[in-house]
Design a protein around this ligand. Structure first.
Ligand code: PLP
Length: 442
């Protein structure tokens, strides 16, 4: 092992794949082997690898203005143009945009803005945040406390209480249904639990409810019909913000512009990163409603500044890249094309339903997961993550990168520019790997 402390890796593992270059939707290792990138890196390289327009944009912006910050009223045109463009695109009223560089820090900024806002309007007690079981919202101390995956919480002693984090049910019918509940009964029960929690805690203490419209790292959970409608009604009733974490689902991933659109959500706040720049440069955005921003203006003047900002908030290279990415998304109808390819991808996934290892298949647009189970009839999960690890490794040996999530689900999230012929190639490789996994579980 080199001297790197690898992120989200067992320290007992050795380097398994050393990548050297990428082109289109393929990456190549240091032995020259080709892999179809079925996960767009970490759900992010929407326009694939080696896009010349984006490379030129980076170079041009680097030559023009390599760096500038945004503290104390400094700005630059490309940052202002990007915020105008995003404001036009997002379903948040009179949106205002705070820039960062990762999904985690976008969520941290939101936690701080929520507190700042409720202090500004004289409701300092309204600061708790409801997250859901199985949520993934990042790994910083604050965003990591919103995350509910055991592996991200274990041994880190995250300050959940200090941050006022509350956890409600996940919306995964396949694993969450009790005693033969229908989907509608499941939705009634878990949204009932949400309302009960709000009343027990006191609505005046709860600032926001955060959700990935469709989850990523917890296994691509698509909530049943009617779930978000009920959640949204409860939140409106008690004056609680709907905070959509669109770090994965933003920008054409789920068959529409945003996951909120696909799931019928009207968010008050949104978090973006990843596909915002197709991962050509780290940049994130925390989007809030215009009236929240207006309410914070006097308070920031009173203390001199809104005392939150990163050295790289609004990095001009990140802004230039994100602006170009938005131009490409719109000019080349990327979302519409991805919606069509997404339908094809979902149909290819559905074709695995009779495979003896497959328990559940889920997804929307160009994101999906196929869950492998120990008992197909009962939907019993495997006791350990070994089968998930095996399918991931077998796919890799067969020239396909997928990711094992939530134990034994194989996740698919190819670049949005993947063609139908490449989707065929992806599932041909996956099918072969799945059959080989049968031998592993014997
Ligand atoms: N939110 C969601 C929904 C994510 O999937 C992720 C990362 O996968 C994050 C936040 C954190 O983003 P980052 O890894 O850029 O900090």
């Amino acid at each position: 092992m080199s001297s790197i402390i690898y992120p989200t890796t067992s320290f007992k593992a050795t380097e398994q794949l050393i990548l050297e270059r990428g082109e289109g939707i393929y990456v190549y290792d240091n032995q020259g082997n080709q892999y179809l990138e079925g996960m767009a890196g970490l759900w992010c390289t929407s326009l694939g690898y080696g896009n010349e327009e984006l490379i030129s944009t980076v170079e041009e912006q680097m030559r023009k203005l390599t760096y500038s910050h945004m503290f104390g009223g400094k700005s630059h045109q490309v940052g202002m143009d990007l915020s105008d463009k995003l404001t036009e695109m997002v379903p948040v009223d009179n949106a205002k945009i705070f820039y960062g560089h990762s999904g985690s820090d976008a969520n941290d900024s939101h936690i701080k803005m929520l507190r700042y806002y409720f202090n500004a309007i004289g409701k300092p007690e309204k600061r708790k945040i409801i997250t859901r079981e199985r949520a993934y919202h990042g790994v910083t101390v604050a965003a990591g406390s919103l995350t509910s995956l055991p592996v991200n919480l274990a041994h880190f002693d995250s300050p959940l209480e200090a941050l006022g984090i509350l956890r409600t049910d996940h919306a995964h019918y396949y694993h969450g249904a009790q005693n033969g509940e229908t989907e509608a009964q499941f939705v009634d029960r878990i949204t009932g639990n949400l309302e009960k929690m709000i009343l027990e805690e006191g609505p005046e203490t709860i600032a926001a409810f955060i959700a990935e419209p469709i989850t990523g790292a917890s296994g691509v959970i698509v909530p049943p019909a009617g779930y978000y409608e009920k959640v949204q009604a409860i939140l409106s009733k008690y004056d609680i913000f709907f905070w959509a974490d669109e770090v994965i689902t933003g920008f054409g991933r789920t068959g529409n512009d945003f996951g909120s659109t696909t799931m019928g959500i009207k968010p008050d706040m949104m978090s973006f990163a990843k596909q915002m720049s197709s991962a050509y440069f780290p940049i994130s955005a925390s989007v809030i409603r215009g009236d929240m921003y207006e309410a914070m203006i006097d308070q920031s003047a009173e203390t001199g500044v809104f005392g939150h900002g990163y050295t790289y908030s609004g990095h001009p290279v990140g802004c230039a890249v994100a602006l170009k990415v938005m131009e490409i998304y719109q000019r080349d109808n990327i979302f519409e094309k991805a919606a069509k390819t997404g339908e094809y991808m979902q149909s290819k996934m559905a074709a695995f339903k009779d495979h003896p290892l497959v328990g559940d298949i889920r997804g929307a647009g160009m994101i999906g997961a196929i869950e492998l189970v120990a008992n197909k009839d009962k939907g019993t999960p495997f006791a350990t993550g070994a089968v998930g690890g095996n399918i991931m490794k077998t796919c890799q040996d067969n020239g396909l990168i997928v990711r094992a999530v939530a134990g034994s689900s194989a996740a698919f999230c190819p670049p949005l520019v993947t063609t139908e012929a490449q989707i065929d190639e992806m599932f041909e490789k996956f099918g072969k790997s799945l059959d080989q996994t049968l031998d592993f579980v014997k």
